[in-house]
Design a protein around this ligand. Structure first.
Ligand SMILES: [Zn+2]
Length: 315
């Protein structure tokens, strides 16, 4: 059983691994997942052990991750009998399972989740008797409350993208799993649109292989490999990231590290974005400014809705 969420001791709330990544890279609020403790999200199970019975994290702080991020049991992690997070896998089988994201959120919320900090650290002595009254015995029936089940919503773009990319070879699942974005509900399969077909529909998640990333030091242009056919002619597609957009981004350092590494990378990289649809524009030719040429282009408006990453199964 994989962890869809884990209980964060410092935030006193359940977080997905994508929330943890958000928090780690956010420069506007102090957070370090290595200083936090993640416990079983099953309230009954967590209550049965002390706070030292923690989980590990994988890819919580790696900007350019390849394998699906996740929480994991440590060799010392214990669960009560019947806890659905108690791993029955052998270590080797568990490793394979972790390559796929199988917690599909049914809604991607476009506004950012707030992560309120605990007002004051709970005094361990003071809260202990009270806490004890809630602690069930390890034999207690495991909780089936809604709170320990897969979260229906995520506000982190990386989560639905990971679902799509890590299951790209499983079309049946992608065509079955529902996804809501804003007022629209479709399947994962329908929401992700290859960049060369961007004229088919607006308001989708467009994605494609990156041909080049033009680094203008403080702004960037991402060129896609595939072209769009329009009136029987092929046109290049790109998205532009302005200096202002990047400078005001709360994850600026992590983003710059990522895009600069991507710009000089030899590996196959893909760009996913949402919120804008590239449109045909006439731009002046560099060689001959009198002349213009057509290109499908868009200015990215929200860096939370753009991802550059590897996608091994796509190839
Ligand atoms: Zn548990």
């Amino acid at each position: 059983m994989k962890f869809d969420t884990a209980y964060s001791l410092s935030l006193d709330d359940k977080l997905s691994i994508y929330d943890v990544r958000e928090l780690n890279f956010d420069e506007t609020a102090a957070y370090d997942s290595e200083q936090d403790s993640f416990l079983c999200p099953n309230d009954a199970c967590r209550g049965a052990f002390d706070t030292g019975n923690a989980l590990g994290t994988f890819n919580a702080k790696n900007v350019n991750y390849v394998r699906t991020p996740h929480f994991k049991n440590k060799t010392s992690t214990r669960h009560i009998e019947g806890c659905r997070y108690a791993s029955t896998h052998k270590a080797a089988a568990g490793e394979n399972d972790d390559e796929r994201e199988d917690n599909f959120p049914s809604e991607w919320v476009l506004t950012r989740r707030q992560y309120p900090r605990k007002p004051a650290p709970a005094g361990t002595e003071g809260s202990l008797p009270q806490a004890h009254t809630k602690v069930p015995s390890p034999q207690a029936t495991p909780s089936h409350g809604a709170s320990d089940h897969t979260p229906d919503k995520t506000s982190v773009f990386a989560h639905p993208v990971e679902c799509y990319v890590s299951n790209i070879d499983d079309k049946d699942t992608l065509k079955r799993m529902p996804l809501k974005i804003g007022d629209h509900t479709a399947t994962y399969w329908a929401f992700f649109k290859k960049i060369e077909y961007l004229q088919d529909n607006k308001g989708l998640i467009y994605w494609g292989k990156i041909k080049a990333i033009k680094d203008y030091t403080s702004s960037f242009r991402i060129d896609f490999e595939k072209k769009v056919w329009h009136d029987k002619k092929p046109y290049s597609v790109n998205v532009y990231l302005s200096k202002k957009l990047i400078d005001n981004y709360r994850k600026r350092t992590a983003f710059l590290e990522q895009i600069k590494a991507a710009a000089s990378s030899e590996r196959s990289l893909y760009c996913f974005f949402y919120g804008v649809t590239p449109e045909l524009k006439q731009v002046p030719s560099k060689k001959n400014p009198e002349q213009t040429f057509g290109v499908f282009s868009a200015n990215i408006e929200n860096l939370d809705h753009l991802i550059i990453r590897e996608a091994p199964r796509v190839e």
